[in-house]
Design a protein around this ligand. Sequence first.
Ligand code: SAH
Length: 255
Amino acid sequence: MTTQDTLPAGKVWLVGAGPGDPELLTLKAARLIARADALVYDHLVGDGIMDLARPDARRIYAGKEASKHTMPQGDINQLLVDLAREGLSVVRLKGGDPFIFGRGGEELETLVGSGIPFEVVPGVTAAAGCGAYSGFPLTHRDHAQSVTFVTGHLKDGTVNLDWPALARPKHTVVFYMGIGAAEEICRQMINHGLPSMTPAAVVRNGTQKDQQTVLGTLGTLPHRIAESGIKPPALIVVGSVVGLHEKLSWFEGKA
Ligand code: SAH
């Protein structure tokens, strides 16, 4: 990005908007949002972020709530090409990081195919944001030497994951889009060898004012989810790091 005031025409920036708190935007993201001629944004772009856009900027909502895809992916890909061909500077704004369960790669492939120049700006992914704001370090020398980000939502509604690889000790697993499959996830993690007492949590609207964390274990989480009525967008964190919440939580209920 240059320091000049206007952005080059006919170009697309695929920008991560982070998990919600506008202060978690990168400086680069904030500057691009403030200068773009057109912004194409998703459902998960946090409140307050679109307010940074120019008053005269064109704003296009591309949707994407679970199972309520407002605009088909092919149309979004084509829209980016069309806006760039109109000679606009285009910010394609996605929640979290655009390359983590964001279909950012698919959008870029269309741009490449059409010869449209682009850049990618990473963002704070939901797992990092929820871990930080819920007090779960995703790795910790005493608890987890590795972390896996996985999607709990498959196109056909099944959850067909590599369970033996996920259900390992000293490991943290973050399930994006997993809340609807929580029961299956917890059952499989136990069936593949993790103790049912393994700490597990759901975090909804992480980093936002109304962030909600529901704590349990692999044995109790599905019941805790039903009891609390917690809804997407939320992710599930499994592993003993979740037990650190009690000591390290600093945000929820305190903001
Ligand atoms: N590209 C995004 C993920 C998109 S997939 C990223 O890097 O974060 C959408 C899923 O992300 C949601 O279903 C939910 O599981 C998770 N998610 C996104 N924002 C979240 C938030 N603020 N709190 C909790 N989960 C969130």
